[in-house]
Write a protein that binds this ligand. Sequence first.
Ligand code: AMP
Ligand code: MG
Length: 413
Amino acid sequence: MRNRNLTVSVSEAQKIVLSSVSPLTSENVSIMEAYNRVLHQDIISDVMIPSVDDSAMDGYAIIADDTRGASKDTPRKLKITGEIQAGGSIIGKEVSKGTAIRIMTGAPIPTGADSVIQFEDTEEEAGYVKIFRETVKHNNCRSAGENINKGDKVLQKGDRLRSADVGILASLNYKAVRVYKQPAVSIISTGDELADIDEESQSGQIRNVNVYTLYSEVKKYGGLPQYVGIAKDTLKDTKEIFLKALKSDVVISTGGVSMGKYDFVKKIYSDLNIEIQFEWVNVKPGRPCTFAKKDNKLVFGLPGNPVPTLTSFIQFVRPALLRLMGAKRITKPVVNALLEEDIDKQSAKVHLLLRGYFTIKNNEFYVSPTGNQKPSVLRSMSDANCLIVIPENITKVKAGDKVSIQLIHHDEI
Ligand code: AMP
Ligand code: MG
């Protein structure tokens, strides 16, 4: 077991978490359920898309040479010998010198034609088409295999599926696809002071907020959240609720992991054979943050305050969930931004995460803190679109300085 009192840095904590995770097994799902799931197979195309040379425009399939010298005043006239719709057949249809075939977008290019002139550059008259401009070979034509060729690896094991990926699967005629299973994630709140959303709250009580933020985050990253309940601040209640929660792959609790007299979460771990991997992180907000394991199950004890609950989720739980689901991209993008206000970093040697809002002006990122940065103020997190990261070794930060910002709403890279 690790030294229980060890305070780890954010990056050490991330390494410890990731080295504890092995991906789950896989299952087949319909492509209609595949969005946000992570592929467990490579997707290699066994077809060409498009399957034949086809037209990219509504117009006329022609021989480009027949348009030589064409202009608004001196149109070339070609005889129309037929028509091909999208999905239509080209059997028996051929373009020869001086003729044209009316063609729709997506329809196969008939034999003999080497170009398509769009309707806008033509006018039809008594079985003939007048062409008002010159064109070149292959104009408005798409080649077979131009989008995807036979043998192309179009998607890879570990890719988290986005809408365009699901569209690609459909284009390759996949009805179902093999993906990693979703981790079941139990969520627990702790605290005598908590009133749930359907309870009347007495003066001094605090709304149970964290469960709902965490529930949303787990869903966002593709896990299966389950709200287990609120544990009262007693050993008995805390232990009972953890016993229920441990049926899942991951347990997330909030509150009760600090130095308070009624912080019971860590006190029940040893009874349940849950082994602590680290219990303090050198980050503000979010210092009391426990990561533990019971066999393959991951147990996160996040801080009670609503902001560090969420920022700690983003730094430690999110990558763990993505790794459990086999995702190969787990890093939130970090970019440089110019700070628009001074930041008061009272305590040097702590990794500071400030709630910020970035804007982009003349291709440069700018960032401002979103107001009150107390750990209980969720509003400034709700107003934020990034976290301003001020590492341990930096003590002074002024307006105009370059700082790192983590783009918390952007997909992983
Ligand atoms: P604790 O670490 O349990 O002392 O909690 C720290 C602070 O977070 C206290 O003010 C709690 O009332 C608050 N807190 C704990 N759990 C929640 C929760 N589920 N929702 C909102 N606030 C909470
Ligand atoms: Mg508490």
